[in-house]
Design a protein. Structure first.
Length: 248
């Protein structure tokens, strides 16, 4: 990965953001070639998705919306990752990934019965009274260790919301809390009626959008494959109930 990052930087595709001040984890700037390549991809997608179809139109929704949107969609309550800390190194891991990787390792090692037992407990975790405690118990009982150090000294599992919060107002705390959108789809959904009326569309029709999204990834890394700021290209196609297969 280091060689790939170095090559991309030398060729002018992508640079670590604010590198002269030490950079910022999982944030990157697209250079001369990178920005051109990115624009070409977006233009090609936009043309193929909207201009070649009479019943698909585009929008450019705001990054910030009324916070009730995210409450209604369930993002405020459930857009979370279950995280656990290694007390020895203070490094943070996703509890579900630790368990899934452990199951995969058991299967590779031919320990099918043990893998099946852990898998059954893991799949039932969401339906328990305290899913976080259940995940923690699975990790402890299965003897799952930190992949980097082999330590098994874990904290409790906690849920971390992936949305960035900010305050709208001249003084912090004087206005309401708003969120940087974690996905572009909600901007499409809340504009369904506006787009249908303005474009005189009838179902079935589609709404496309290209735009920034933000996720407060606690476990960062993997170059540009896991960034806190990224762009999505998305089209939502609306059909009458029961006609999904026909429209597809």
């Amino acid at each position: 990965m280091n060689k790939l990052v170095s090559l991309a930087k030398r060729r002018g595709f992508i640079f670590p953001s604010s590198e002269i001040y030490g950079g910022l984890s999982s944030c990157f700037d697209y250079g001369p070639l990178g920005s051109e390549m990115k624009k070409n991809i977006k233009d090609l997608w936009w043309s193929a998705m909207t201009r070649r179809h009479q019943n698909i139109v585009g929008i450019d929704a705001s990054i910030m919306m009324n916070p009730t949107v995210w409450e209604a969609s369930g993002h405020v309550a459930s857009f979370n990752d279950p995280l656990i800390d290694d007390k020895t190194t203070k490094r943070r891991y996703r509890a579900d990934h630790l368990i899934e990787n452990h199951i995969a390792k058991l299967e590779r090692d031919g320990k099918e019965a043990e893998a099946a037992a852990v898998k059954v407990a893991y799949e039932a975790a969401d339906g328990t009274e305290d899913p976080n405690r259940t995940l923690y118990n699975i990790i402890i009982e299965a003897g799952i260790k930190a992949p980097d150090t082999g330590s098994a000294d874990w904290t409790e599992v906690r849920q971390f919301n992936l949305m960035f919060q900010c305050n709208m107002g001249a003084i912090a705390g004087s206005g309401g809390v708003v969120y940087l959108r974690p996905e572009t789809a909600q901007g499409i959904f809340v504009n369904f009626h506006n787009v249908r009326e303005a474009s005189r569309m009838k179902v079935p029709f589609g709404i496309a959008q290209i735009g920034k999204a933000f996720r407060n990834e606690i476990v960062k890394g993997n170059f540009i494959f896991r960034m806190v700021e990224f762009e999505q290209m998305e089209m939502q196609y609306f059909v009458k109930p029961g006609t999904q297969l026909e429209a597809f």
